[in-house]
Write a protein that binds this ligand. Sequence first.
Ligand code: HEC
Ligand code: HEC
Length: 326
Amino acid sequence: MISNLIILLVVIGLTVLFGWLTYRAVRARKLWVKIVGGLGAGLLTLLFAIVAFTGAKGIADTYFPSANPAPDLTVAGTPEQIARGEYLVNIACVGCHSQVGPDGNPTGEHPLSGGWNIAEAEGFGFIGDMVTENLTPGGKLAGYSDGELFRVLRYSIDQQGHELGMMSFLPYRELSNEDTEAIIAYLRLLPPAPTSGVTGDQMNFLGAVMSGAGMFGAPPSPAPAVITAPPQGVNAEYGKYVATFGECRGCHGPDATGAPATSVSPAIPNPRPLVNTLTVEQFAAMMRSGVKPNGQPFPETMPWQNASKMNDDDLAALYAYLTVAP
Ligand code: HEC
Ligand code: HEC
């Protein structure tokens, strides 16, 4: 943050400097100095002013977001909560937070010690680093209260009140209070594993400018304090909730009808036309094997492994959701 603030001050200084040079040029005696100098310095003033404004906005949004206070919460950790938490974490979190293998990518296996630089891996390392956190009690979460961990999942705000760059784009802010608490209960019981390397966000000034200019897509809408899940069942309503913790809606758009490209991700197709041609059994087989009925495997960019860990009822509910009109 300090280096970003210093760069911001330099850019503000340049804006003032070129503003002053513009003023001087316009008041010059010679006409050509008035025109060439005034125009050149004026354009540079405008350019630096825009960079300063968007950079300041990006820095303000990230480091000083309108943070909800962490709720006063103690998670009981009942056997039901722990079992539900295990189910959800192994679907929703393992893909990014599992330990990193020799190739630098998450292995999909426990321990959930994190360390994956998703910005670098996904080709947007030019905005800085975004490294997944150690979710076991061997990492920084040991120092988080249950309420602070709840606030991470519901509002994407860390202990210091800073916005979490990647988590804020994931759909976990729509999880029910019950499921959020179940996740917390389970994470607390993981065997502690050490953190290797630096984790978390290190956004650079370019990232701040791009974020301030809204180039990463719309900011997340504010989440309510209390969320109740629809009752479990094999129907489209619960299927939409499965598509939330299964992360499908995070990539395929809020209605799972596809999402346009942004400056940090390519366009994602609408899954519904294909799913509509399948039976529920074919759909479940595809999500468990990672191979489409025409024999084509899903590419690496489509994390079918999440869905492969869902039980039969949840996959059938997901199918029901994807086959009714959104
Ligand atoms: C798409 C990858 C991805 C998925 C999926 C994901 N995370 Fe994260 N998570 C990250 C990254 C990257 C960070 C580092 C901060 C940031 O950029 O948001 C992070 C940070 C965190 C943190 C640390 C917050 C802090 O205060 O520093 C917690 C806790 C967390 N994630 C929990 C979870 C849980 C629980 C799940 C599953 C429900 C989950 N994450 C799923 C990528 C992911
Ligand atoms: C990290 C982003 C991401 C997530 C999460 C994700 N998908 Fe995808 N999905 C993709 C991408 C990218 C493709 C296109 C791959 C390609 O180029 O063929 C895709 C393709 C598909 C297709 C094939 C579409 C077609 O016509 O070939 C289906 C079906 C699908 N996804 C369903 C799902 C479901 C169900 C979930 C949730 C369990 C899900 N996806 C989660 C990124 C994602």
